[in-house]
Design a protein around this ligand. Structure first.
Ligand SMILES: [Zn+2]
Length: 86
């Protein structure tokens, strides 16, 4: 897998740009904050918020999906395969 993305601030593991918010004095990625508000709980670091339409700046609830990291890599793989077909 990509080893560099964690040290690449401003780009999520989807390699998408994202928005950051300040909440209670902490920086948080907007899509994680939106999801936490919907779920009414904190997301764990094992949970990944995926952007269904591939736009990291589109944080509408219907564009967000919570996945474990393994589910997420599977989905990203399938999506990449889909894109190769186009
Ligand atoms: Zn994703």
């Amino acid at each position: 897998m990509n080893q560099y993305y964690h040290s690449n601030p401003g780009v999520s593991s989807d390699l998408l740009p994202y928005k950051e918010l300040m909440v209670d004095g902490h920086k948080i990625r907007e899509h994680r904050h939106v999801m936490q508000t919907i779920l009414k709980r904190k997301l764990s670091t094992k949970e990944h918020v995926h952007h269904i339409n591939g736009n990291g700046l589109d944080n509408r609830p219907e564009n967000l999906l919570v996945l474990s990291h393994s589910e997420h890599s599977k989905l990203e793989y399938l999506e990449r395969m889909e894109q190769l077909k186009k």
